[in-house]
Write a protein that binds this ligand. Structure first.
Ligand SMILES: [Zn+2]
Length: 256
């Protein structure tokens, strides 16, 4: 039996893609369209500037929206724990991957996912009463390498492990020396996976600074740690000003 549309949206799995690649591809084409319509905020720009100026800085993110990349965050200082909605890879695992694919829609057959509707109107694609457009398998994007595999989004689905090479690289980075500061932004220091990395960083000497609008996320901090209550967009440009300079409302650093 095919899973209902909402469960595919909430719990994407490789099995769901295998069972109905058209529906899952439409759903991800829509998510990608929404992510591309969004703009990086001042928090993304401030982190990108910090990364450019600090040699020994690494940003770990669970976000898949591609906004850090679009804010100019150097890729060498960014680890996408859950992948990116802008990446595609071969579902048949031939090894093909493409990063930062900004095509919207990804192919003509997926165009219904890239239509814009007023905020109060439910998009037909998300309305369970409206049948999803019928898309033939041959019209879905195929792998240019093996030619037979379908292309799937480069995000981590339920039931899939994180990239072990990336995780090992992060652990090696943490182990290489003292860590001065662990910034926990938009999540809590006690919630995984941030919690695991916070503990590792603390063992390497790090002071922890949590930036979050929710005061509950200050849980578990000690008297030598910091809590900044507010959004990343409000707090980070001010917090980093001594290092990156003054940021204007467009995320540009003002020339002295
Ligand atoms: Zn392939």
């Amino acid at each position: 039996m095919m899973a209902p549309r909402t469960s595919i949206a909430e719990f994407p799995t490789p099995e769901a893609f295998a069972a109905d690649p058209s529906l899952v591809s439409l759903f991800y084409a829509w998510r990608k369209h929404m992510a591309l319509k969004a703009q990086p905020n001042l928090g993304h720009y401030a982190l990108a500037e910090l990364a450019k100026r600090k040699e020994n800085f690494l940003c770990l993110t669970q976000n898949v929206d591609g906004l850090s990349f679009r804010a100019g965050h150097p890729e060498s200082k960014l680890r996408l724990l859950h992948g990116s909605i802008l990446d595609v890879k071969c579902f048949d695992e031939c090894g093909y991957e493409k990063h930062h694919d900004l095509s919207d829609p990804p192919c003509p057959a997926l165009a219904p996912a890239s239509e814009n509707y007023p905020p109060h109107q439910t998009m037909p694609l998300l309305d369970p009463n409206i049948p999803t457009p019928k898309i033939e398998l041959e019209d879905l994007p195929h792998c240019p390498n093996c030619k037979t595999g379908l292309l799937r989004p480069g995000v981590v689905w339920f039931g899939e492990g994180l990239d072990t090479t990336m995780l090992m690289g992060i652990d090696n980075w943490i182990m290489q020396g003292r860590i001065d500061l662990m910034l926990v932004i938009g999540t809590a220091a006690v919630v995984y996976p941030a919690a695991g990395y916070t503990r590792k960083a603390q063992r390497k000497g790090a002071v922890v600074a949590v930036v979050n609008p929710d005061s509950d996320s200050a849980q578990g901090l000690t008297s030598s740690d910091f809590f900044f209550q507010g959004s990343a967009a409000e707090i980070l440009p001010q917090l980093f000003e001594g290092v990156i300079g003054v940021m204007d409302e467009n995320g540009k650093i003002e020339e002295k």
